[in-house]
Design a protein around this ligand. Structure first.
Ligand code: FAD
Ligand code: 2HG
Ligand code: ZN
Length: 487
C-alpha cells in the first residue's frame, strides 16, 4: 500500500489573528451612494444600518465585528443584484444564515456588508414518494422538520441550534449533529443547489439536479458543502429527507470508565444495528456544569464519571423495545454500566435530550469558553481531555467534555471567568498539534471560520490547500466573499 507522508505541520510563529485582523485596503467603504443603490434594487425595508448587533455578534458573544449594513434580499435575483453590485464596487460581503455558527464565520470582521438570508424562505416543495425536498435556503431547520412531519418525513440531521440555524447555513457548514451515526453526513443527502457567485454578473448557478442518481458530471453541489460562505451564496437546496420513525426509544446510561463507554458503543452497534440513531457522551464535569449554571439535574440516581445518551429510531415499537431491552440487559450482565434509565414517555426523553443539548449554553455561563470540535480515534478521544486537565491545572475554571461519541467527535470545552492569555498560550497550538499527531482532525463539524484560521493547515496536504485557494479564486475573483476567514 502507498502511504503518503505529509510534511511536518507548519507551526505559527506569530499571532496570525493580529495579521489577519487588518482591514484589506483594496476593499471600498460603504458610502451613502451605495446605501441608496441597495435601497433602489431591494427596497428601503431591506437595508438596515442601525441596531444590527444581532448580525455583528456571534452566538457565543466572543466574536464581534463593526459591520456596515445588513441587507435582506428576498430572492435569488436580489442576491444576484447585490453580489454584482458589490463585486463591481469592491465591497466585501459576508453571507449569514441563522448566525449560530461557532467559529466566527458568519459575522463581519470589519465593515463587510452582511447579506442575511432570513427572508429567502418561501419556496418549499416535497416529493413524498421519493423523499426529495427542494426549498429556499433561509428556512429554519426546525420549521422544515415540522413541515416534513406532516408528510411523514423528517430532516436526516438534527442539532441543538435547530430553532435558529438555516438549511443554507447547514449546507455551508456541512453540519453534523446528533443523527449522523444513523443517516450519514449531508454528503449522502445533498442533490442540488442554487448558488450565486460573487462576480460582476452575480452569476446564478443551478447545480446538480432533483433526482436521486445523477453521475453526468462532477458533483458540483458538494463543493459547497462545508464551503463556509467562501465560494458563493446558496439560495436554494435540494436534498433527500428520511421517513419519520414511528418509534423512538431513548436511554441514559451511567458508566464508570471511558473504556467501558467504547465497549457499550461496540455493543450498541452490533445489537441495535439499523435502529441505532444517536450515541452521545457527557462526562461528569458536563453534568456538574449543567447543574451549577442552568439548574438542570441528571436523570440518573447517582453521579457517574460518564453518561451516555443512546437513542433508537425505528418503525415498530415492540421490535425496538425488545432490542433496546436486550441491549440494556447485556450491558448490565457484562458489567458495562453502573446505572441506566429507559425513557418511559416523550417527556422523559425530552429531559434527557435537554441535558445534552443545553451543554453548549451551560459552558458559556462560566464567562469565557475555549471551544473545541475535534475528531479523534476512540483510543485518544478522552485522552485529550485528561492531557488538557493536567496541562491547564488550576488556570481553567472548568474542563468539560461532551460530544458525538458514536462519530468520534469530541467537544472539549475549557472555560475561564474571562479571556485569559496565559491559559490561551498553554492551549494553542499545543492542543491542535496533539490532535493531528494522534490522527485526528482539528475541525469535525463546525468549520474553520476565524477561530481556527491560524491552524487551518494542520494535518492538511499543502497541495490540497493550494487547490482550495485556486478554487476560491475561480469562484470569487475579487476576493470579496467572506474575507479574513477559512481559506
Ligand atoms: P451561520 O452561523 O449564519 O453561518 C455559518 C457559515 O455559513 C458562515 O461562514 C456563513 O457565511 C455561511 N453561510 C450561512 N448561510 C449561507 C448561505 N445561504 N450561503 C452561503 N454561505 C452561508 N453544528 C454541528 O455541526 N453540529 C451540532 O450538533 C451543532 N450544535 C449546535 C448547538 C448550538 C446550541 C449552537 C449554538 C450551534 C451548534 N452547531 C452545531 C453549530 C451551528 O449551528 C451549525 O454550524 C449550523 O449549521 C450553522 O447554521 P446557520 O444558519 O446558523 O449558519
Ligand atoms: C453540540 O454538539 C454542538 O452540542 C456544540 O456541536 C458543541 O458547544 C460545543 O462545543
Ligand atoms: Zn456537535
Amino acid at each position: 500500500m502507498f502511504l503518503k507522508i505529509l510534511p511536518r505541520i507548519r507551526r505559527p510563529t506569530r499571532s496570525y489573528a493580529a495579521v489577519l485582523a487588518a482591514r484589506h485596503e483594496g476593499f471600498a467603504k460603504v458610502m451613502q451612494s451605495d446605501l441608496m443603490a441597495f435601497e433602489n434594487f431591494l427596497g428601503q425595508d431591506a437595508v438596515k444600518k442601525d441596531d444590527i448587533t444581532n448580525h455583528t455578534t456571534d452566538w457565543t458573544g466572543q466574536f464581534k465585528g463593526p459591520g456596515s449594513v445588513v441587507l435582506y434580499p428576498k430572492s435569488t435575483e436580489e442576491v444576484s443584484a447585490i453580489l454584482a453590485y458589490c463585486s463591481k464596487n469592491k465591497l466585501a460581503v459576508v453571507p449569514q444564515g441563522g448566525n449560530t455558527g461557532l467559529v466566527g464565520g458568519s459575522i463581519p470582521v470589519h465593515d463587510e456588508v452582511v447579506i442575511s438570508m432570513n427572508k429567502i424562505n418561501k419556496q418549499f416543495s416535497f416529493d413524498d414518494t421519493m423523499g426529495i425536498l427542494k426549498c429556499d435556503s433561509g428556512f429554519i431547520l426546525e420549521d422544515l422538520d415540522n413541515k416534513l412531519a406532516k408528510l411523514g418525513y423528517m430532516m436526516p440531521f438534527d442539532l441543538g441550534a435547530k430553532g435558529s440555524c438555516q438549511i443554507g447555513g447547514n449546507i455551508a457548514t456541512c453540519a453534523g449533529g446528533i443523527r449522523l451515526i444513523r443517516y450519514g453526513s449531508l454528503h449522502a443527502h445533498l442533490l442540488g443547489l442554487t448558488v450565486v457567485l460573487p462576480d460582476e454578473h452575480g452569476t446564478v448557478l443551478h447545480l446538480g439536479s432533483s433526482i436521486r442518481k445523477d453521475n453526468t458530471t462532477l458533483h458540483t453541489p458538494h463543493l459547497f458543502l462545508g464551503s463556509e460562505g467562501q465560494l458563493g451564496v446558496i439560495t436554494s437546496v435540494t436534498m433527500t429527507a428520511v421517513p419519520k420513525p414511528k418509534s423512538v426509544q431513548s436511554a441514559m446510561l451511567g458508566i464508570e470508565s471511558f473504556k467501558k463507554c467504547c465497549e457499550v458503543l461496540k455493543l450498541a452497534k452490533s445489537s441495535l444495528t439499523e435502529i441505532l440513531s444517536s450515541f452521545e457522551l457527557l462526562d461528569d464535569a458536563t453534568m456538574e456544569c449543567l447543574k451549577t449554571n442552568l439548574g438542570l439535574h441528571p436523570v440518573l440516581n447517582a453521579p457517574t464519571p460518564f453518561s451516555i445518551l443512546v437513542e433508537t429510531s425505528g418503525s415498530n415499537e415492540d421490535h425496538d423495545m425488545e432490542k433496546m431491552s436486550a441491549f440494556l440487559d447485556e450491558c448490565l450482565s457484562k458489567n458495562l454500566i453502573i446505572d441506566g434509565v429507559l425513557a418511559g414517555s416523550s417527556a422523559e426523553a425530552t429531559k434527557m435530550w435537554q441535558l445534552r443539548e443545553s451543554a453548549p449554553l451551560a459552558v458559556t455561563r462560566d464567562g469565557y469558553v475555549y471551544k473545541h470540535d475535534v475528531s479523534l480515534p476512540l483510543e485518544n478521544y478522552y485522552e485529550l481531555t485528561n492531557v488538557m486537565k493536567e496541562r491547564c491545572g488550576s488556570l481553567a475554571k472548568r474542563i468539560v467534555t461532551y460530544g458525538h461519541l458514536g462519530d468520534g467527535n469530541t467537544h472539549l470545552n475549557i472555560t475561564s471567568e474571562k479571556h485569559n492569555e496565559e491559559l490561551e498560550k498553554l492551549l494553542y497550538p499545543f492542543l491542535y498539534e496533539w490532535v493531528v499527531d494522534h490522527g485526528g482532525s482539528i475541525s469535525a463539524e463546525h468549520g474553520i471560520g476565524q477561530l481556527k484560521l491560524p491552524y487551518s493547515t494542520f494535518g492538511k496536504d499543502p497541495e490540497e490547500r493550494l487547490l482550495t485557494k485556486k478554487l476560491k479564486n475561480i469562484f470569487d475573483p475579487n476576493g470579496i466573499l467572506n474575507p479574513y476567514k477559512t481559506i
